[in-house]
Design a protein around this ligand. Structure first.
Ligand SMILES: Cc1ncc(C[n+]2csc(CCOP(=O)(O)OP(=O)(O)O)c2C)c(N)n1
Length: 660
């Protein structure tokens, strides 16, 4: 049977379909998502939830003239399918394929790129302001999740909308889930709204009006009804959670007002996000609204695929899976545990032994591994929502009272909290411990998620200690060491399986700023090469050293452990002894660890040539694997050997001649 999906390749096609055909198309899109993502992995649950919403958006608005701004944009796959990218959809998240997020360079229909949460409202408002400035008439629609509302920037934007423009369309896509269950007072508030009986009454009214009214009047009536229904709902509803100690303030404060209306926005909702005719009508109304408007749309994460509905957290962002069972491929026998699991278990142990330790996550309990702490010691675990800045300052507050908070935040998301690291943690010299997962590449996700900048952005801040473990045993040592510090401590480690080494029962206190010499020069002849290989780059250094040793060279391997303070004495010693120094780091070269070695050599007038291996000064694209990208950008043992040979043949030889 012919599929409508085979015929639809642009928003114009969506506009031509009848309602029942659109409904059929929705099913076909779900099937396509489930099939392609079973091979490629990706954000299945969120996309299954927005199929009807995306169809309705394309039915009512016209991109690229009109603009859709997706928060995080992990839920924009359906939009991709409908905007000329259907034939490449099978390549999503793979090398040279479609990106898993909105990308301005990928399509004229992607007006804004994203990957981090909380940016859509501000960006969309900026577009509205630009439109108003130039007096053009395009519509800007911002689609943001209920968890995005736990993010500070979202509120900064909400605060600003009514003062900036009269034409702004916000769609709150409420599925009650972040990656994990959404947390906090906003989640409770939204839940109170949607579970109130008036909401169900509203639904019945929608259905009835649909049958009774001619097309033209429908949108208006529905919208009026929605507003009326909603208002009566909120006057009846007591939004105060039963177990809350909060009282209303008598001025319509906590619990008796609609937060969006208080901010000067017209609010309509809740609306069934899977009912196409209702969605289309309400969007038609929003299009004509002469006030900024927020539509509260309820969707089901994973809709249409039972396994995803049953396991919303796993299927928020999944690897490949078996369509029937939803199970991922079994791990290869003997494959090491993941870094985040080691981190989670180590945090539990630290908490058990040391009452000053607590764990903090910004909405990433499973991704960071901190879920282990939630299970084992819920009283010592904090999920603050998608709120990295708050997480860091919250940790700073605890640290002023003798605690050692462990903030588990991916390297890329910690960028959001840079000022808080500077102003609240480092300046006050507080012993917060940052465990930065995903330091290195997140290959399938791409540039929004690669963690390639943390050494550079941290290295310039006074007071802090920054470390990178060579294996999981050293990660535990570093965490243990950090709990004994009076200063901020940062530990970076990559995504995925660790090195597979045993972990000592009792962790070791490391000497701050002291590198580990893994292999010294043999002094048996041959040109001397010193490898300073940070964290997970040890293996590459060992491979390169083995090859060069086989060719008669004398290689030393150092594990720097600390990127701040670096071990100046050991670095200088090996720098002076070597003919060539090579630094290896899973980080941007600019401002990274290798840069700090160069600075030291310059300060101490060590003239040995330094070859730096790391990521170039550009944003690294997404790809099917880390190995592919390392190969492409020269982060391989073979490339390291070639660069060292070139340096031995050029700079090092010149230097030796000059010294002689
Ligand atoms: C700054 C930042 N922190 C954390 C994340 C990780 N993250 C990606 S999607 C997501 C949950 C988003 O939930 P919601 O906004 O409700 O959208 P939904 O997935 O439910 O559609 C989180 C925490 C991120 N992308 N950006």
């Amino acid at each position: 049977m012919n599929r409508y999906l085979d015929m639809v390749d642009s928003p114009e096609h969506v506009k031509k379909l009848k309602l029942d055909q659109l409904q059929q198309l929705a099913e076909e899109i779900r099937h396509e998502l489930i099939t392609v993502l079973s091979r490629n992995g990706g954000h299945l649950g969120p996309n299954l939830g927005v199929v009807e919403l995306t169809l309705a958006l394309h039915r009512v608005f016209s991109t690229p003239k009109d603009r859709f701004v997706w928060d995080v944009s992990h839920q924009s796959y359906v939009h991709k399918l409908l905007t000329g990218r259907k034939n490449r959809f099978h390549t999503i998240r793979t090398t040279d394929g479609l990106n898993g997020f909105s990308l301005r360079t990928e399509s004229e229909h992607d007006c804004y790129g994203a990957g981090h949460a909380g940016t859509a409202l501000s960006a969309a408002l900026g577009m509205c302001a630009a439109r108003d400035q130039r007096r053009s008439d395009e519509h800007v629609v911002c689609i943001f999740g209920d968890a995005a509302l736990t993010n500070g920037i979202s509120f900064e934007a909400l605060n600003n909308i009514a003062h900036t423009t009269r034409h702004f369309i916000g769609i709150l896509n409420d599925n009650e889930w972040s990656i994990a269950k959404n947390v906090g007072a906003i989640a409770t508030y939204l839940n109170k709204l949607i579970t109130h009986p008036s909401y169900n009454r509203l639904h019945r009214d929608f259905e009835r009006l649909m049958k009774l009214l001619p097309k033209g009047e429908l949108a208006l009536k529905l919208a009026h009804k929605a507003e009326e229904g909603f208002k009566s709902a909120v006057t009846e509803v007591t939004l105060r959670p039963a177990d809350s100690h909060l009282e209303t303030d008598g001025r319509g404060g906590y619990g008796s007002s609609v937060i969006f209306e208080e901010m000067g926005l017209r609010y309509i909702g809740p609306i069934d996000g899977h009912n196409l005719p209702v969605l289309i009508n309400v969007l038609e109304y929003a299009k004509k609204s002469d006030l900024p408007i927020v539509l509260h749309v309820l969707t089901k994460k994973g809709k249409g695929y039972d396994v995803a509905i049953e396991h919303p957290e796993k299927f928020h962002g999944t690897g490949p899976y078996d369509i029937k069972t939803g199970a991922g491929p079994a791990p290869k026998p003997g494959s090491p545990p993941n870094w985040q699991d080691i981190f989670g278990q180590a945090t539990v142990k630290l908490c058990q032994k040391d009452t000053s330790v607590v764990g903090i996550t910004a909405a990433m309990p499973s991704g960071t591994g901190l879920k282990a702490l939630e299970r084992a010691m819920p009283g010592r675990y904090y999920d603050v929502g998608i709120a990295e800045e708050h997480a860091v300052i919250f940790a700073a507050g605890m640290a002023t009272m003798g605690f050692h908070p462990v903030c588990a935040i991916y390297s890329t998301f910690l960028q959001r909290a840079y000022d808080c690291i500077h102003h609240d943690v480092c300046l006050q010299d507080l012993p917060v411990i940052f465990c930065m997962d995903r330091a290195g590449l997140s290959a399938n996700d791409g540039p929004t998620h690669h963690g390639l900048f943390d050494i550079a952005y941290l290295r310039c801040l006074p007071n802090l200690i920054a470390m990178a473990p060579k294996d999981e045993d050293e990660l535990v040592d570093m965490m243990f060491t950090a709990t004994h510090q009076k200063h901020p401590a940062f530990i970076r480690y990559p995504r995925g399986p660790a090195e597979g080494v045993p972990i000592k029962d009792i962790p070791r206190l490391l000497e701050i700023g002291k590198a580990e010499v893994i292999q010294n020069f043999s002094n048996q002849g041959g040109r001397k090469i010193a490898f300073f290989a940070l964290g997970n780059m040890q293996k590459m250094a060992r491979q390169a050293a083995a090859q060069l040793a086989g060719e008669g060279h004398d290689c030393a391997i150092i594990n720097p452990r600390f990127t701040k303070p670096i071990d100046a004495a050991t670095t200088e010693f090996f720098g002076r002894a070597a003919d060539v120094v090579m630094t290896l780091e899973d980080h941007a070269l600019m401002g990274g660890y290798g840069s700090s070695v160069l600075e030291l050599f310059s300060d101490r007038q060590v003239a040995t040539p330094v070859v730096r291996l790391g990521w170039p000064d550009q944003f690294i694209e997404h790809a099917s694997s880390v190995d592919y990208l390392r190969q492409k950008y020269g982060l391989t043992a073979e490339h390291a050997v070639a660069q060292i040979k070139a340096a031995l043949g050029n700079g090092a030889a010149m230097r030796l001649t000059a010294v002689a």
